[in-house]
Design a protein around this ligand. Structure first.
Ligand SMILES: Nc1ncnc2c1ncn2[C@@H]1O[C@H](COP(=O)(O)OP(=O)(O)O)[C@@H](O)[C@H]1O
Ligand SMILES: [Mg+2]
Length: 187
C-alpha cells in the first residue's frame, strides 16, 4: 500500500509523521519503508541516523506499506507523480486558519492528480481543549475532505524523536501515533 503524505507548505509535519507513523507500524510487526521524495532528504537522513526498523524504500522491494514523503511545493512534479501512484493520500495540516488556506490549495492538487477516494486530512500539532481543537471537524468539512478522527497532539517529545529516534517517545505518545496509523490503513 502506497500512502502519500502531503501539504503545500513546509512545517506542517509531513516528515515527522511519515517517520513516526512508519515506526509505529514497524513496531506492530509490519515491513514499512519511506519513499523520500523531498530533495532535502530529511526522512532518509533520519532513518540513517536513528537506526534500524523503518527502511528507506528500494525499487522492486515489496513492503506492507510504503509511506511517501513529499516536497512542500504544490507545483512539484515529484508530488504530482506520487499522487498518481497513491493508494491513500494524507493531507497533514496544522489546525491554524492560515495553514488551512494552504491546505485548501493542496486539496485542489490532490483532486487533480489522485483518482481514488481514499484521501483524508490528519490534523497535527493539535492543542487539546482549545477552541481550535473543538472546531476541527468544522474546519475539516470546509476542506471537503474526509477528516480522520484521530489527531496528533503538539508534543515536545515528537521533536525529541526527530533527534533521538522512536525510542524517545513514551507509551502515551506511541499509542497516539499507532492509533492514527491504524486509522490511515483502515478508513
Ligand atoms: N505534533 C508535533 N508536536 C511538536 N512538534 C512537531 C509536531 N509535528 C511537527 N513538529 C515539528 O515541526 C517542525 C516541522 O515538521 P516537519 O515534519 O519537518 O514538517 P514538514 O515535513 O511538513 O515540512 C519540526 O521541527 C518538527 O519537529
Ligand atoms: Mg519535510
Amino acid at each position: 500500500m502506497n500512502i502519500v503524505f502531503c501539504n503545500g507548505k513546509g512545517g506542517a509535519g509531513k516528515t515527522t509523521l511519515s517517520a513516526l507513523l512508519g515506526c509505529a507500524l514497524v513496531d506492530a510487526g509490519r515491513r514499512v519503508a519511506i519513499e523520500d521524495r523531498d530533495p532535502q532528504r530529511t526522512a532518509t537522513r533520519w532513518i540513517e541516523e536513528t537506526g534500524p526498523g523503518l527502511e528507506v524504500a528500494v525499487k522492486d522491494q515489496v513492503y506492507d506499506a510504503t509511506i511517501v514523503d513529499t516536497p512542500p511545493r504544490l507545483d512539484s512534479p515529484l508530488l504530482h507523480e506520487a499522487l498518481r501512484r497513491a493508494d491513500r493520500v494524507i493531507l497533514v495540516s496544522s489546525p491554524s486558519p492560515a495553514d488551512l488556506w494552504t491546505s485548501q490549495d493542496t486539496v485542489k492538487v490532490i483532486r487533480e492528480h489522485y483518482q481514488g477516494d481514499k484521501a483524508a486530512v490528519l490534523f497535527n500539532s493539535v492543542q487539546r481543549n482549545t477552541t481550535l481543537a473543538k472546531e476541527l471537524p468544522n474546519l475539516g468539512a470546509r476542506l471537503d475532505l474526509t477528516v480522520l478522527n484521530r489527531q496528533i497532539g503538539r508534543r515536545q517529545s515528537y521533536q525529541h524523536a526527530m533527534l533521538l529516534g522512536w525510542s524517545a517517545l513514551d507509551a502515551k505518545a506511541r499509542e497516539e501515533i499507532l492509533q492514527a496509523a491504524i486509522e490511515i490503513l483502515t478508513f
